[in-house]
Design a protein around this ligand. Structure first.
Ligand code: DGJ
Length: 621
């Protein structure tokens, strides 16, 4: 059974592609001009105003300092070289931050070793060099093996800096922890050992022939994506994906932090924090006495939806809350995967930076970073929005009210664009389409795409800050996208959707493969997963909805049922379909229908593997 903790979650807007396109467009629009240094105290608003005025780029040299964090660009150190610190973590020593990470300069597997950079302000990073060279690792990891996600803690008892990491064979079958120590934060680190910290019999699944090769009974449970966390009382923990990534374990470390506490006793020295959910990329923080654990799903280098959980005690019960990210692209963590949570320097309790990797799987050295600010709310709520350019001043902006923006249309030749005035003390803007959240922007304009031809769409903008303070909505502006004509639903944006697993995918299944129904391949269509509801705005303009429908063939016996609703009325109720049922063509009159709702429910036998497609889905005029 597929397990996912994002069940039945409302997903706002699709278009990750649109997000990428917007990012590319904004990258192209940005031109390097004379540098301006902006102090950390300056308000975010002033920062954005300046950046908008001058079209500045991120600081890349000693002579060209700027103080903001800009997502997804090639991040450079003060010498102008690309920062190689992937899957990393930060240790604060006095007033200096040390950022450790994978160095992929020579390609997959981290051939160079572990890099370290230092900074006093989180904007300007000095290269401290390779603090744990790959050549100093044991043979099996040196050449073809991988070294991932290094994290470092200082042990006050021994005066040593202790690094933990995930070590593995190139095919990820070795799956163990590595520990190295150093006298100084910038190394050199001396490799101590590779081992699997916990040995636990988790039952039947452990004997599955596929898992047998990991020899967990003999060698201990697998250890892959990991992090470290040091609590206020000096106790430290390793948090990691175990059981071939099925479960997240948390174990107390021993006194000198070079091993887990022994003897390992479940419930006492270690716990299974998140059982059987296939989560990885753990990152932990603590605020107001509670612990927060952020993870990703396990989809290799591809991004997916983050999730977070809360616990009152680190080895206690973890309650899964759901996706902390909000807005367009949130189902893919804005193209990234969590690496570390850093308390925002000098800011109030509950102010954090979500550090994540924007992986480029075909060229890992071209992977870059996404750091996003967030504050934990009074009830433990976390909302991470896609601030694409921000400074630490964002945490200080604290007005209790914000003025509403005034929005206008600023269409260019073939683009629909809305613009608004900058609102004092706003850190970003939420864009609403027909009353539903559609996007987020730190700038004062937004390009609208994917409108159903002929329909009228109303946009408004709400200014917000990181404390969750929002303005009233702006005025509404209407956009009509030409005249109605026959459309494939693959070519327009849905208004909203929910689905039981994964994300809505255009022209693919949610597993990334082609749409195949009982052996028949469709090039176009909407791939979803029961239980699913997808809404389109047809504006009362279209006459007929047609589609090939069917369940995908993986695990063919599961059943699903398709339904179509128009403005809340049932227009079509399909019969049960399994993965062996041939694709069925449906023709549904939709004259006068404004809201078209496409629904797939599981056929009463559970929703495992219930991928289902609306192939060649079309609204005709
Ligand atoms: C996802 C993990 O989070 C990364 O650290 C890395 O192990 C990749 N998988 C490898 O596919």
């Amino acid at each position: 059974m597929k397990i996912n903790d994002t069940k039945s979650k409302t997903v706002i807007s699709k278009n990750v592609n649109a997000v990428i396109i917007l990012m590319i467009i904004s990258a192209l629009l940005v031109r390097p001009v004379k540098a301006q240094n902006i102090s950390l105290q300056e308000s975010n608003h002033e920062l954005f105003a300046l950046s908008n005025l001058a079209g500045l780029v991120r600081a890349e040299t000693k002579d060209n300092p700027t103080n903001w964090i800009e997502l997804g660009k090639s991040w450079r150190d003060i010498d102008g070289n690309v920062i190689e610190a992937h899957g990393g973590g930060i240790l604060q020593v006095g007033d200096t931050y040390f950022w450790y990470g994978e160095n992929h300069r020579l390609g997959f597997g981290n051939q160079t070793g572990i890099s370290c950079y230092s900074s006093k302000d989180l904007y300007h990073w000095e290269n401290e060099g390779i603090v744990l060279p790959k050549v100093s690792m044991p043979d099996m990891f040196r050449d073809s093996g991988v070294v991932e996600r290094p994290k470092v803690l200082f042990n006050a008892g021994t005066g040593k800096y202790v690094m933990w990491m995930h070590l593995d064979a190139g095919n990820y079958t070795y799956a163990c922890a590595g520990v190295a120590v150093a006298d100084n934060p910038n190394g050199k680190f001396r490799f101590l050992r590779a081992f699997r910290p916990i040995t636990f019999d988790y039952g039947e699944r452990m004997n599955n022939p596929r898992l047998k090769r990991f020899a967990e009974k003999e060698k201990g449970n697998t250890y892959r994506d990991m992090t470290l966390f040091q609590d206020d009382d000096g106790k430290a923990y390793t948090i990691y994906s175990a059981e071939d990534n099925a479960s997240i374990y948390i174990s107390l470390l021993n006194q000198d932090y070079t091993d887990v506490a022994k003897p390992s006793i479940i419930g006492k020295t270690w716990t299974i924090a998140i059982p059987n959910r296939f989560r990885e990329a753990p990152a932990v923080c603590k605020s107001n006495g509670k612990y927060y654990l952020f993870t990703s799903a396990t989809t290799g280098w591809a991004s997916n939806a983050a999730s977070y959980a809360i616990a009152d005690s680190i080895l206690g019960h973890w309650e899964i809350i759901g996706n902390p990210c909000s807005g367009a692209g949130s189902e893919f963590t804005f193209q990234s995967q969590s690496a570390f949570i850093l308390p925002a320097p000098g800011k109030n309790d509950g102010s954090f930076i979500f550090m994540a990797d924007w992986w480029n799987s075909s060229a890992l050295n071209k992977s870059t970073y996404i750091w996003l600010p967030f504050k934990i709310g009074r009830y433990g709520e976390v909302v991470i929005e896609n601030y694409d350019k921000w400074s630490l001043g964002i945490f200080d902006a604290n007005p209790s009210s914000l003025a509403a923006p005034v929005v206008r249309l600023a269409d260019s030749k073939d683009k629909h664009i809305i613009k608004w005035n900058p609102v004092a003390s706003a850190a970003g803007y939420r864009i609403f389409k027909n009353g539903k959240l559609n996007g987020f922007s730190c700038s004062t304009e937004y390009e609208v795409s994917g409108l159903v031809p002929g329909t009228n769409n109303l946009f408004s903008v709400v200014a917000c800050n990181i404390n969750g303070v929002t303005s009233h909505a702006s005025n509404l502006v209407g956009i009509r996208n030409g005249e109605a004509h026959n459309i494939l639903l693959s070519d327009v944006a849905e208004e909203n959707y929910t689905q039981g697993w994964g994300v809505l995918t255009i022209d693919h299944t949610d597993n990334g493969g082609p749409i195949v129904i009982a052996g028949r391949i469709f090039k176009r269509g909407i791939g979803t997963h029961a239980n699913s509801e997808i809404l389109y705005n047809l504006g009362g303009l279209y006459k007929q909805f047609t589609s090939w429908i069917g369940r995908n063939t993986e695990m063919p016996d599961g059943k699903v049922q398709f339904r179509v609703y128009g403005d809340g009325r049932l227009l079509y109720l399909g019969s049960m379909m399994t993965g062996r049922t041939p694709a069925q063509y449906i023709e549904i009159p939709v004259s006068g229908v404004f809201e078209l709702k496409l629904v797939v429910t599981d056929g009463g036998d559970g929703d495992a593997y219930d991928d289902a497609s609306w192939a060649e889905a079309c609204a005709s005029y």
